[in-house]
Design a protein around this ligand. Structure first.
Ligand SMILES: [Zn+2]
Length: 123
């Protein structure tokens, strides 16, 4: 029989585990009896497969305070700002040149998030 976790990438699995650990730590600090909901932001340019991470989270929460938690994932679109003309624009991938002036002096301002955004606990 195949183990479900073999479908998830190791990278995503270890990220999922650290998100769960972080949430548990936060919940323990607030003396929670359990976690009701967690919100996670996943940047589209964070180098993580969003679907895989969602799947990995489902197995990472087993036997933790997050086991019954509702997990809400937000995919964050990439956005960049041009260092030459100051335009801001959507970045579907890293190293997108500025659509206004063609410059590559672009700074990523959104889309690399990979974080626990909020957590709702049970007392
Ligand atoms: Zn520009």
């Amino acid at each position: 029989m195949k183990n479900c976790t073999t479908f998830a990438g190791m990278h995503e699995l270890s990220i999922a585990q650290s998100i769960v650990e972080l949430a548990e730590e936060q919940a323990a600090k607030r003396r929670a009896s359990g976690v009701e909901e967690v919100e996670i932001e996943i940047g589209r340019l964070a180098g993580v497969e969003s679907q895989t991470l969602r799947f990995a989270l489902q197995s990472a929460v087993k036997n933790t305070m997050l086991e019954k938690a509702h997990i809400v994932c937000h995919d964050i679109d990439g956005e960049g700002r041009c260092g030459d003309c100051d335009a801001t624009f959507a970045m579907p991938e890293l190293f997108t040149p500025c659509p206004r002036c063609g410059s590559y002096a672009v700074r990523l301002i959104r889309g690399k998030e990979l974080r626990l955004k909020s957590i709702i606990i049970n007392k």
